[in-house]
Design a protein around this ligand. Structure first.
Ligand code: AMP
Ligand code: MG
Length: 490
């Protein structure tokens, strides 16, 4: 049973803080830095329930102060961890939690969950940064992690966002916010790179053993546990990339320090759910080379896994072992993507020509720059006999759509229509966090109206439902959406 947490938080939160057992080389202990007069921006009851938080306490001033970093719950052992990483293809050296403070790990029904305060002040790893996060990026991370979870995509999650009128300087003066995010672990590829590049091989082994024992126990039985770990991480990452590509999600900053060792989506920055389908779409305004364009994400993930393999070499017998482990990515990714796309197309079984149909679909959408989410949702209502018109009007080249629809209709001949409809409505969301939707909620929040954040949270937590009365949230982006520029600044 979940340990209920009562008003007296100081004695009841079931902290277990396993990460601290790794030893002092892995982190610096420090308290979060307080923000003046904090207020709630949004609370996520779904995560609160999973953590076993007592509802009345989650509304209390003590909770508000705890999740802003103004008081540390008894039993928490706050720390910032050190990692390094490759950023935009270059070795960047030491980075670390520059503005995220790990409160510790809570025991829950489904295992340990770490709580991290993002934006809780400077740490020894802040470099030139101020240790803070601004309101707009905090709302984006909060909403998107919950959206991804509801879409069935592995991700860190978010318990709440709190704000303060404390000023934060970015391109302009903004205000501070803190996201309390959760994950079984926030360990990144960059943690391994750190200990490898600094020749701390004993710590590298300690870290790998920790990750294996806690999260990949089956690897322990392999002939070479560290190669098995690399293979398992490669597989999880392959599944993650398939999920991103299928839903049209661009991460924007796939540096190795933003790659989770658990295959979770982590560090939401300039991400975007694509509006019009454009394979080369670059969502990060600071990514001048287009390194992290939508259609490059799967290759970039492999590049990052290669860095992880390189980092793990001191624990392996030879390089071939690492290369062999990485091979799994190349087989798992295309299969996982095809499976996701078949589900979107409503094809419960697999047939030889399906990969050609998937390819043709992507090509058709790209050639016509069709709105990605709307296309798939409308496709749920199309059968060989009816429902083609709402789709055809999405294409300026109607002929190419007709040819594709014929190929698809033929494929549907032996597919049970009820089964298909059910599959499609579970795999083609009506609601995704488009940039302009986030932007509208942020504009409200800047004026202290947080209702837009909660409305979006509700829709995004059940994105496959119809939500009558909320169709405008599932509509095409307005023209001004094209002018939204999201950069690394957060
Ligand atoms: P990111 O690109 O957001 O993943 O951040 C890369 C690195 O910069 C990480 O080490 C972050 O902790 C650090 N960082 C980003 N923004 C700030 C900030 N405002 N203050 C301190 N460190 C930051
Ligand atoms: Mg990061």
């Amino acid at each position: 049973m979940t340990a209920a947490i009562y008003q007296d938080v100081h004695t009841r939160l079931p902290w277990q803080n396993n990460f601290t057992q790794l030893g002092e080389r892995f982190f610096t202990r420090l308290e979060p830095q307080a923000l003046p007069a904090p207020y709630w921006i949004s609370r996520n009851q779904a995560v609160a329930r999973e953590l076993g938080l007592e509802p009345a306490w989650f509304e209390s001033q003590a909770a508000l102060e705890s999740f802003t970093g103004n008081q540390t719950p008894a039993g928490a052992e706050p720390l910032a961890s050190v990692y390094s990483g490759h950023q935009f293809g270059q070795w960047a050296g030491q980075l670390g939690d520059g503005r995220a403070i790990l409160l510790g790990e809570l025991a829950t029904d489904t295992g340990g969950v770490e709580l991290q305060l993002k934006g809780a002040g400077r740490t020894p790893y802040s470099r030139m940064g101020d240790g803070r996060a601004v309101l707009r990026s905090s709302i984006r991370e909060y909403l998107c992690s919950e959206a991804m979870h509801a879409l069935g995509i592995p991700t860190t999650r978010a318990l709440c966002v709190t704000g303060s009128d404390a000023k934060v300087r970015r391109e302009e003066i903004e205000t501070a916010a803190v996201v309390t995010r959760t994950a079984p672990s926030f360990i990144r590829f960059g943690h391994f790179e750190h200990f490898s590049y600094t020749d701390q091989h004993e710590q590298l082994k300690t870290l790998a053993d920790y990750v294996i024992d806690k999260f990949y126990p089956a690897c322990r039985d392999a002939a070479q546990p560290y190669a098995a770990l690399l293979e398992a991480v490669s597989e999880r990452t392959a599944h993650l990339m398939a999920a991103w590509q299928a839903v049209g999600f661009c991460h924007g900053v796939m540096n190795t320090d933003n790659m989770s060792i658990l295959g979770l989506t982590i560090d939401y920055g300039p991400f975007q759910f694509m509006d019009a389908f454009e394979p080369g779409h670059v969502c990060n305004h600071s990514d001048n080379q287009g390194r992290y364009a939508y259609n490059r994400q799967p290759n970039m993930a492999y590049w990052n896994l290669f860095c992880l393999g390189q980092a793990l070499l001191p624990l392996m017998d030879d390089q071939d072992q690492a290369l062999a482990a990485l091979e799994s990515y190349k087989t798992v990714f295309p299969k996982a993507l095809e499976a996701r796309m078949r589900a979107k197309l409503g094809l419960p079984d697999m047939q030889a020509d399906d990969s050609a149909l998937v390819d043709n679909t992507f090509k058709l959408l790209a050639a016509n720059r069709v709105d990605y989410t709307i296309f798939w949702r409308r496709l749920c209502g199309m059968t060989p006999q009816r429902g083609q018109e709402p789709l055809r009007e999405l294409f300026f080249d109607g002929e190419s759509f007709n040819a594709w629809a014929l190929q698809y209709s033929e494929r549907l001949t032996h597919v049970d229509s009820a089964l298909r409809a059910d599959l499609m409505l579970k795999n083609n969301p009506k609601f995704v966090l488009r940039n302009h939707l986030g932007e509208q909620a942020i504009r409200g929040a800047k004026l202290k109206d947080f209702s837009g954040v909660d409305t979006l949270l509700h829709l995004l937590q059940t994105p496959f439902d119809e939500h009558p009365g909320h169709d405008s949230f599932a509509d095409f982006p307005p023209e001004w959406a094209a002018g939204i520029e999201i950069s690394c600044s957060s």
